[in-house]
Design a protein around this ligand. Structure first.
Ligand code: X90
Length: 276
């Protein structure tokens, strides 16, 4: 039985060792330019375009057809999407699942709405990969994944909320003032899969301190952590150090955001997914 994991590009991953894995790209649109968030994208060119372009910019979700293509010829697909509250990506995956299962009797697609994005999705993907390798049956993998989802979180420190507000994904009132004079917003993915702001902090140091406090409040001890950063490796390393100092271990890794996350988590931002 051929099992495959398919996620959208908000996971910031391109490949997975020893597992059949596919990524479906979202798009970042800057005027006439359509940046496809796949392994061929020039991220530097996109960032430069974004920072100099004065007109409207936006993002768009993959079509059902793109999902279907990524499912390939797998008998069982585990499909993980960015939060359905903020993107049409989940809906198009569900449509693709129905078509795929209708066209290929006996095949099965599990679609999971992450209600999150980025590093928390990456944790889900790693968990599924682990369970596939351990030889579990598809239904058991899905059940275990749903239980796992209750133990993971996504927090962030965002350097700006401009693109969120400009695209109607957050109220302009919340976005006001973030980014000015080094003010960052620290918050989390809510249970409903929306952006929940928790603290406004002046300067990265304060933001990192808040993140550590939130880890403590969540009961974090030594679980897996993935930090994703947009042009802020120094901040990611500083957070790693604080985690080591506070909890005695950094059981994780640091990744760079790809196009979709880089658009909303603007340069200087950090995303942190962890198991509590
Ligand atoms: O369909 C589309 O065009 C994509 C829309 C995606 C909107 C959300 C992107 C979030 C990227 C930003 C920080 C974390 C916020 C967490 C909220 C769940 C990452």
């Amino acid at each position: 039985m051929k099992m495959k994991i398919v996620a959208d590009s908000s996971a910031n991953l391109l490949a997975l060792p020893d597992i059949d894995f596919g990524i479906v790209p979202l798009h970042v649109i800057v005027g006439e330019n359509d940046y496809v968030d796949d392994d061929k994208i020039d991220l530097t060119a996109m960032q430069e375009d974004l920072s100099s372009y004065k007109g409207k910019t936006s993002t768009s979700s993959p079509s059902p057809h793109e999902w279907e293509n990524a499912f390939g010829d797998a008998d069982v697909v585990f499909c993980i999407t960015i939060t359905s509250t903020l993107s049409g990506t989940y809906n198009s995956a569900v449509i693709a699942k129905d078509i795929y299962e209708q066209n290929h009797a006996g095949r099965k697609v599990y679609v999971l709405d992450s209600l999150s994005t980025g590093p928390e999705i990456a944790l889900f993907i790693e968990k599924i990969a682990e369970l596939i390798k351990a030889g579990f049956a598809p239904d058991d993998i899905y059940k275990t994944l749903l239980e796992y989802k209750d133990k993971t979180h996504l927090y962030f420190s965002l350097a700006s909320l401009n693109n969120f507000a400009k695209n109607g994904r957050i109220s302009p009132v919340i976005a006001a003032g973030i980014g000015l004079l080094g003010v960052r917003v620290v918050g989390k993915a809510s249970d409903e899969g929306t952006l929940l702001p928790l603290d406004k902090c002046r300067g990265e140091k304060r933001a990192l301190k808040k993140l550590i406090n939130h880890l403590k409040e969540c009961g974090y001890t030594d679980g897996k952590i993935i930090i994703a950063h947009n042009n802020n490796e120094a901040g990611a390393l500083e957070l790693k150090k604080l985690i080591e100092n506070t909890f005695g271990i950094f059981n994780g890794k640091i990744q760079k955001t790809r196009a979709l996350c880089s658009y909303y988590a603007e340069p200087g931002s950090l995303l942190i997914g962890f198991e509590a």
